[in-house]
Design a binder for this molecule. Structure first.
Ligand SMILES: *[C@@H]1O[C@H](CO)[C@@H](O)[C@H](O)[C@H]1NC(C)=O
Ligand SMILES: *[C@@H]1O[C@H](CO)[C@@H](O)[C@H](O)[C@H]1NC(C)=O
Length: 450
């Protein structure tokens, strides 16, 4: 009965209406499917050939970083902490200084720190004082490239980096691929929508993947002399803090949209460490005779490796929440709890009591020996949210200055958190998440300022 009624009803609908209805229902789905496939094909085509992307395929090892159990340290029973209690929690590399990092399950320690860490830095072209004042017509002569960080351009925090490394197990691997000859590729991306219909299309495609449209560009990780010549890259002087270092100018690869995105009026450039002229590390670091080699660094601020104890971050969060903000700043709540990722350490530990790392002199992680040079003196950069790039007006800088000005050498009112290290190496060392941490030598340190 039912089916005959339905059939009668069905045949009373004019065919044309029926067809239009079907089309109306199916078209959006078909368009969506088409766009999705288009995006997939686009992403596949953008993958660097013969390479594998570094990084975790699962959730971050810090996704439970706020658990209270990480607040309490386990004091070492003897001179050595039990390796069962003190462990590596999370490992990070930041291929491009001040940009988003890549979290690893294991990493390699080399003379310059973690392999692939801080090998690139953005820079801006600045007028020297003489150019603007005395010789306005000749600014070209006194302009210089100066590195930039999130301190000046907070949105660098939202520029994503992918580190692609050659991998023989990748399908269609070829030894002579450009990507292999350059030792891999760094892919950078930032949120960007082209004007016009292309932009709208990109937005729709991205929405299907619950993301936003992005502009992507890539640079060779370590271009060979032939590649340098072909691309026309040149070695230039770039200023980083008080040093001026030789660096490879890859600015030609940077899309102009990025400087607009960052809100920069100066020219934006991208530079790579010059492997033949690495910055040497003295001051607080062990001497060459002790290490067996002269410690060097890439575009890290001063030292190759940066270690942080997760409980120290919890302790700082607690200090911030227990101290009321001054009236003038009370409208915006402090950014609590603080994520350890704000401090951009390479190796994050759990186990030791807060700030215990201050007194480490020599530690072993797995089979890698690391000498602690000094505490990490902090600037205001951790006030920038590591994901959104929002900057808090005062925290955690204010509390760090008040509670953690613990190092006479670093100066009055300079907050310290975490420590700087160099590896005691004979070649390469491996560090893995879960590795035990053993402190071999304890002692006081005092920062020797630059
Ligand atoms: C760096 O490269 C860019 C783009 O190729 C070029 O315009 C600029 O002059 C170079 N910088 C220096 C200091 O040579
Ligand atoms: C890590 O911090 C916790 C809590 O602040 C502290 O008890 C512990 O000793 C620290 N451990 C290390 C290795 O620094």
């Amino acid at each position: 009965m039912y089916s005959t009624q339905w059939a009668q009803y069905f045949f009373t609908i004019p065919t044309i209406t029926f067809i239009l209805t079907v089309i109306a229902i199916c078209t959006p789905a078909l368009v969506a499917l088409f766009l999705y496939e288009l995006e997939e094909a686009h992403l596949r085509a953008a993958k660097p050939a013969s390479c594998r992307k570094l990084g975790l395929s699962t959730e971050s090892n810090l996704q439970n970083e706020f658990y209270p159990k990480f607040s309490e340290g386990q004091p070492p029973n003897s001179k050595e902490a039990s390796p069962a209690a003190w462990r590596v929690k999370s490992i990070w590399i930041y291929p491009v200084k001040s940009c988003r990092g890549v979290e690893l399950e294991e990493g390699t320690v080399i003379a310059t720190g973690m392999e692939y860490d801080r090998q690139f830095s953005f820079a801006q072209l600045k007028d020297g004082p003489a150019a603007t004042a005395q010789e306005p017509g000749k600014e070209g002569r006194t302009q210089k490239w100066e590195f930039i960080t999130q301190r000046q351009y907070r949105l660098l925090a939202t520029v994503k980096t992918e580190m692609w490394v050659p991998d023989k197990s990748v399908e269609r691997y070829t030894h002579h691929a450009e990507e292999v000859e350059s030792g891999g590729v760094v892919v950078l991306s930032f949120s960007y929508q082209e004007p016009g219909w292309r932009g709208i299309l990109a937005k729709l495609r991205a929405a299907l993947r619950s993301t936003v449209p992005e502009k992507r560009f890539r640079v060779p990780f370590n271009p060979s002399p032939a590649q340098i010549e072909k691309a026309g890259y040149t070695f230039e002087q770039m200023t980083i803090w008080k040093d001026t270092a030789s660096a490879l100018n890859l600015s030609v690869e940077v899309p102009p949209e990025l400087s607009t995105y960052l809100g920069m009026s100066n020219r934006l450039g991208l530079f790579r460490v010059d492997n033949s002229q690495l910055r040497e590390v003295y001051r607080n670091a062990p001497r060459k005779e002790e290490l067996g080699y002269q410690p060097v660094t890439g575009f890290q601020d001063a030292y190759p490796l940066h270690l942080l104890n997760l409980s120290s971050v919890h302790a700082l969060s607690a200090l911030i929440s227990s101290s009321p903000s001054p009236q003038s700043q009370s409208t915006i709540p402090p950014p609590l709890p603080l994520s350890a990722t704000r401090f951009r350490a390479n190796i994050i530990l759990t186990g030791p009591p807060a700030f215990a790392e201050d007194t480490f002199r020599l530690i072993h992680i797995g089979s890698t020996a690391l000498a602690v040079c000094c505490r990490t003196a902090r600037c205001k950069m951790p006030n920038v949210h590591p994901i959104t790039g929002e900057r808090h007006a005062s925290e955690p800088d204010r509390t760090l200055r008040r509670e953690r000005a613990v190092d006479r050498g670093a100066g009055k009112g300079v907050g310290c958190l975490g420590v700087q290290m160099v590896a005691m190496l004979d070649g390469r060392g491996l560090v893995r998440v879960g590795d035990g941490v053993v402190v071999k030598k304890w002692g006081k340190s005092e920062y020797i300022p630059q």
